[in-house]
Write a protein that binds this ligand. Structure first.
Ligand code: HEM
Length: 205
């Protein structure tokens, strides 16, 4: 526990908004690299950028789900960063979608066609739509207006949204690839922690 307390001590000094700053700087840096075809962006920069934003979105969705079990089992408390992680995840899904819609397929009718025609895009879109109300209500006035109970119920949408995000990735890859499977297992495992009574679970404050 001493280890967790020393980490929590350090975390207390880091403002939650740093997550937004890092998120915007990284997205801008990746866009800049794509624009200048630097490093991995030498070939097909638009596709690489699309996938890069998608991957960061998925990592942030997983990080958001990991906050509660991490606190329960290790005592490391990242709760104050959870909203920023969730909103930044949404920002990356939005950037991922905009790269797809504006730079990749470049027409509204083609976007619709892809959503209807390609199941992995349909699933990605469903996940994106589920994240919109979560991003819109990730603020204190919304919690007050909705009431904590209704707000917590709505934010359980984060679970199916994360699962669909991993299915989207799993479905789009060709052949056997371990990475999307690992994402799927981790997301399902993190969601399961909410429903499995572990003896170490502490009573909510
Ligand atoms: C929560 C929502 C979403 C997440 C987490 C997500 C995540 C990802 C990930 C991880 C990849 C693969 C990256 C790689 O190959 O390394 C990907 C690819 C892709 N996503 Fe999404 N995505 C989401 C929503 C969407 C939406 C809404 C659309 C479009 C309507 C979309 C369109 C695509 C396309 C077209 C690719 C394939 C790019 C290619 O390799 O050709 N995604 N996404």
């Amino acid at each position: 526990m001493a280890f967790a307390q020393s980490i929590n001590g350090g975390l207390r000094r880091i403002p939650a908004w740093t997550i937004y700053i890092v998120g915007v700087i990284y997205a801008g840096w990746e866009f800049w690299r794509a624009l200048n075809q630097m490093g991995p962006y030498l070939v097909e920069p638009i596709n690489v950028l699309e996938r890069s934003y998608g991957e960061v979105a998925l990592i942030l969705l997983v990080a958001g789900l990991a906050v509660t079990p991490l606190r329960k089992w290790s005592g490391v408390n990242l709760i104050k960063f959870r909203r920023a992680i969730g909103v930044t995840a949404f920002f990356y899904v939005l950037a991922h979608f905009l790269v797809f819609a504006i730079l990749d397929v470049q027409s509204v009718s083609r976007v619709w066609e892809e959503i209807v025609k390609r199941p992995y895009v349909t699933v990605g879109m469903a996940s994106f739509l589920m994240l919109i109300p979560l991003a819109v209500t990730s603020n204190n006035p919304s919690i007050r207006k909705m009431g904590a109970g209704a707000w917590r119920k709505l934010h359980k949408l984060a679970y199916p949204a994360a699962v669909l995000g991993t299915i989207h990735y799993l479905w789009l890859v060709k052949g056997f690839q371990l990475e999307p499977i690992i994402y799927c297992v981790v997301v399902l495992g993190l969601i399961a922690t909410r429903y499995v009574p572990w003896e170490r679970q502490r009573q909510p404050a």
